[in-house]
Design a protein around this ligand. Structure first.
Ligand code: PRT
Ligand code: MG
Length: 209
């Protein structure tokens, strides 16, 4: 019998761009993932199933082996830290940049800079490397509002077209890192299920090219 493999995916832009890649690797979900309320899905390959979770939870599922593999943005992976998992393939999907952003014409405060973000770990590291002291304000979304209402001086967020920043009168300031989605693999799965995992990673790698 073929080894069971579970792949963790998140609804939204990553799912939309990952499904065609999986299809090219010969894996197609039996149900329509976007319209279903189910969380576990069978695929055209009897031994491979998909689980649908929040994007920030994907590294955690893979870290603990609840899923053998998963797809997550580099932003989510860097914020998680990567314990217990390997990043195997850059899928080159859902690309964007992690940036600081603020008001272009406003001088930086003399006191400690207040930075609002959903990414405290990445933000702390970025400013630490520059030797800049900042006060972190953790938010769960709509970071663009923080400078507008005076909650923070700047934000650290993802930027694609720049339209969201612009719509709120903000400008991208400093580039922190380039982001794309990655295929990640549980460390133990790579050992214990080496052959089927390597085979699937290879197929997905080929599908990207
Ligand atoms: O929404 P939920 O909280 O469930 O999860 P999520 O926000 O993590 O999911 P989703 O689907 O919004 O994003 C999943 C992944 O897509 C992220 O982890 C990134 O790796 C990647 N990605 C690529 C983006 C963007 N581009 C992006 N532009 N994620 C978010 N954005 C947001 C950004 O935060 C900002 O609010 O879009 C806005 C900026 O877009 P522009 O085009 O106006 O610059
Ligand atoms: Mg979102």
């Amino acid at each position: 019998m073929a080894t069971e493999l579970t792949i963790a995916l998140a609804k939204g832009r990553i799912l939309d761009e990952t499904l065609p890649l999986l299809a090219r690797a010969g894996i197609e979900p039996v149900d329509d993932l976007n319209s279903s309320r189910k969380l576990v899905f069978a695929t055209s390959q009897a031994n491979i199933k998909l689980v649908l979770i929040r994007s920030a939870d994907v590294p955690t599922y893979v870290q603990y082996g609840a899923a053998d593999m998963g797809v997550a943005g580099k932003d989510v992976l860097a914020e998680h830290g990567g314990e217990g998992l390997y990043e195997r393939v850059d899928l080159k999907i859902a690309p964007c940049r992690m940036m600081t952003a603020g008001f272009a014409d406003r001088p930086m405060p003399r006191t400690r800079l207040k930075v609002a973000t959903k990414y405290p770990r990445i933000t702390r590291q970025f400013f630490l490397e520059q030797g800049r002291q900042v006060e972190l304000i953790k938010l769960y979304g709509s970071m663009e509002l923080a400078p507008v209402v005076g909650l923070a001086d700047i934000i650290v967020d993802l930027v694609d077209t720049g339209n969201t920043l612009k719509a709120n009168g903000l400008t991208p300031l400093e580039h922190i890192m380039d982001i794309s989605s990655r295929l990640i693999v549980n460390r133990a799965s790579l050992k214990m299920k080496n052959q089927p995992v390597k085979e699937l990673v290879g197929k997905i790698e080929k599908a990207v090219k």
